[in-house]
Design a protein around this ligand. Structure first.
Ligand SMILES: [Zn+2]
Length: 139
């Protein structure tokens, strides 16, 4: 019992935000990693659709009339902008993972409370807790 003073020294700076348990941090990390995998899968699929549309355009565009060509170009542009937005979301998740390592992720920017793990899993880029988000939207 002589060395039990150690339990007290884990204290943070006064006024620091509440802390998450290591288990919670791991849960967030796992949720973010799963989301990243999911997004990468979507991204790969979108890329192969773009490649396919491109191949279609090159191979049988000779027989296409103007409208077909227009539709295919439009489809391809849609796919490309989809791919870009997926890439943007992957970046958000990666930034979130970095900030998680630094301890700066998952805290509400308004009230400073921890954002629930479930919310972070669903919205990795969330910077507000549900309560603050609702207050913000009510304005
Ligand atoms: Zn809040």
């Amino acid at each position: 019992m002589a060395k039990s003073a150690d339990t007290k020294t884990a204290g943070r700076k006064p006024g620091a935000r509440a802390t998450r348990t290591a288990a919670e941090t791991e849960k967030i990390r796992a949720a973010l990693a799963a989301r990243r995998e999911e997004l990468r899968g979507e991204y790969d699929q979108t890329l192969s659709e773009i490649t396919e549309l491109q191949r279609d355009r090159l191979t049988d565009s000779a027989g296409d009339d103007q409208a077909d060509t227009g539709t295919k170009t439009f489809e391809r542009e849609q796919e490309i902008s989809l791919a870009n937005s997926i890439l943007e979301r992957i970046n958000q998740v990666e930034r979130a993972l970095e900030r998680l390592d630094e301890g700066g992720y998952g805290w509400c920017e308004r009230c400073g409370n921890p954002i629930p793990v479930e919310r972070l899993a669903a919205f990795p880029s969330a910077t507000l807790c549900v309560t603050c988000k609702q207050l913000e939207e009510r304005r």
